[in-house]
Design a protein around this ligand. Structure first.
Ligand code: SF4
Length: 496
């Protein structure tokens, strides 16, 4: 797909989640941009975490309904399929997020197909651009095959990447195994590489109630807008401008621009609609982004965090995309399930990266070194301690053979890993789920995986997911023998 030489971003006022009003606005947006959906049309919402416990974290189903109905209005018979697909926060089956968010019921009501990306065949996409981290990436088949791709993120802050608008939402176009690869201090580069898989012809963000401060548990911010565009990088640049952030200071957006996916220069973007940029900025005044280092984040709690640099010196003094951010998300999840999380958490010390300072652990206080790159030498509880750097170069990870560990296996092994006063959690990254399990293992905080209300839904969805993946494995051989789809493999597009 060619990126428009002069992209357009449309700012529209919309104060309520009224599907018919949203439908009208989206239809007018498609018409203004001269877009007509065709072939396999796929909508990707952001359903990272959904349901009543995470009410402001996801693209609302009313928004999705308006978008899907408008696509049908404009695309009509030129579309051979209209579908919605997503991979929510890993470990939890997307079936749960689809159901809890209300997207399942909405899709059924308007007769639109659903894809849970981790249940689909994963397709290898070759990369050839010079800045790539790897020579190929994997993405679910519905993404790789989409003819008309629509990105529908939620307007939110993000604690690791400042914001999560269009570009960042692409983390949801990989299944669990592939998503964790390079989800570390190279996260920004990974996001830029993901842009090469597919570019959306149309982006529409749910900014009716935006989410500030956090990603999973943001504070609702009534922005009252729908923003639409035809170039993802330009779109993100305008969204950044609205909240007073220069997109050039947001690495994953700047890198995506450097890869050729559009301009960051507002002078080269047409901004139209019934809300001016000035008015949008006035509406967003005071919007808080979430970038916060782990040491600062835990100040005033029972957890003391220490963070040294990740393995490669050129990437600064902090791993923004990996273990330190994951523990912030882990504690946010626990606070949702157990209001007494902070009170129940014992005095605890968590250490990341090549930290070289002192660790102020008193007798009986546990010290957890988190991540393969953690390394430290010193004395703890009166004994010498040497934590070795176990980091393996990313070139040793092969996306063809990498496996994700099952959540029930993680549940079974979590407690054993945490025995002793000084412990080490291995992994790069140590995922949010693993850190949730670690924190419940060392405290009396409720384990969300044992939450009675969720267990039935979770268990059913989990079994459905695993059954579908097993079926895929049986079908894969036939799929390969038939020489079916070999991957889109987009190079950085040329400007039109
Ligand atoms: S082990 Fe964790 S902190 Fe270290 S590089 Fe990997 S993701 Fe980052």
């Amino acid at each position: 797909m060619k990126i428009p030489a002069r992209p357009k971003v449309i700012l529209r006022s919309c104060r309520d989640y009224d599907p018919e009003r949203i439908r009208t606005i989206i239809r007018e947006g498609l018409e203004e941009l001269g877009l007509r959906p065709f072939g396999r049309t796929l909508v990707k919402p952001n359903l990272v975490a959904a349901g009543p416990l995470f009410p402001y974290a996801y693209t609302r189903p009313e928004f999705g309904e308006g978008v899907l109905r408008a696509l049908r209005d404009v695309g009509g018979s030129s579309m051979t399929e209209l579908a919605a697909g997503e991979r929510c926060g890993i470990t939890v089956p997307t079936r749960v997020a689809m159901r809890e968010s209300g997207w399942d019921a909405m899709l059924k009501k308007i007769d639109v197909k659903r894809y849970c990306f981790e249940e689909e065949q994963q397709v290898e996409i070759p990369l050839s651009h010079p800045q790539r981290l790897r020579d190929y990436l994997f993405t679910p088949e519905p993404v790789a095959r989409a003819d008309f791709f629509v990105n529908c993120p939620k307007f939110k802050a993000h604690p690791w990447t400042t914001v999560t608008f269009g570009c960042k939402a692409y983390i949801g176009i990989q299944d669990d195994r592939h998503r964790l690869i390079d989800h570390d201090h190279k996260l920004d580069e990974k996001i830029a590489d993901l842009q090469h898989i597919i570019q959306p012809q149309f982006i529409a963000i749910d900014a009716i109630t935006a989410g500030e401060g956090r990603m999973l548990t943001p504070t609702p911010f009534p922005l009252g807008m729908i923003i639409m565009g035809n170039s993802q990088v330009a779109f993100d640049a305008v969204c950044c401008n609205i909240i007073g952030v220069d997109a050039r200071t947001v690495p994953h957006i700047r890198l995506s621009a450097e890869h050729g996916f559009g301009t960051l220069d507002l002078a080269n973007i047409d901004v139209t609609g019934d809300v001016s940029l000035e008015e949008a900025r006035a509406r967003a005044k005071g919007f808080k982004v979430g970038l916060i280092r782990v040491e600062k984040y835990f100040e005033g709690t029972n957890i003391t965090a220490y963070a040294g640099p990740p393995p490669e010196a050129e990437h600064g003094d902090y791993c923004w995309g990996g273990c330190p951010g994951a523990i912030e998300e882990a504690i946010e999840i626990l606070r949702v399930f157990d209001k007494d999380t902070d009170r129940k958490m014992p005095r605890l010390h968590v250490v990341f990266g090549a930290y070289q300072g002192g660790i102020d652990a008193r007798p009986g206080e546990k010290v957890i070194f988190i991540g393969d790159c953690a390394n430290w030498k010193g004395e703890l509880h009166g004994k010498p301690v040497a934590i070795e750097n176990l980091y393996k170069d990313r070139s040793t990870l092969d996306p063809h053979t990498v496996r994700s560990q099952d959540i029930f296996a993680k549940l079974a092994s979590a407690k054993g890993k945490l025995r002793g006063d000084v412990v080490r959690l291995e992994g790069c990254p140590v995922s949010v789920a693993e850190q949730v399990l670690a924190l419940v293992s060392v405290s009396d905080v409720k384990n969300p995986y044992y939450d009675r209300e969720n267990m039935l839904t979770f268990g059913r969805a989990y079994l459905g997911w695993k059954a579908r993946v097993t079926l895929n494995k049986l079908q894969r051989k036939r799929y390969q023998q038939n020489g079916a789809f070999q991957g889109r493999g987009q190079a950085a597009p040329e400007l039109a």
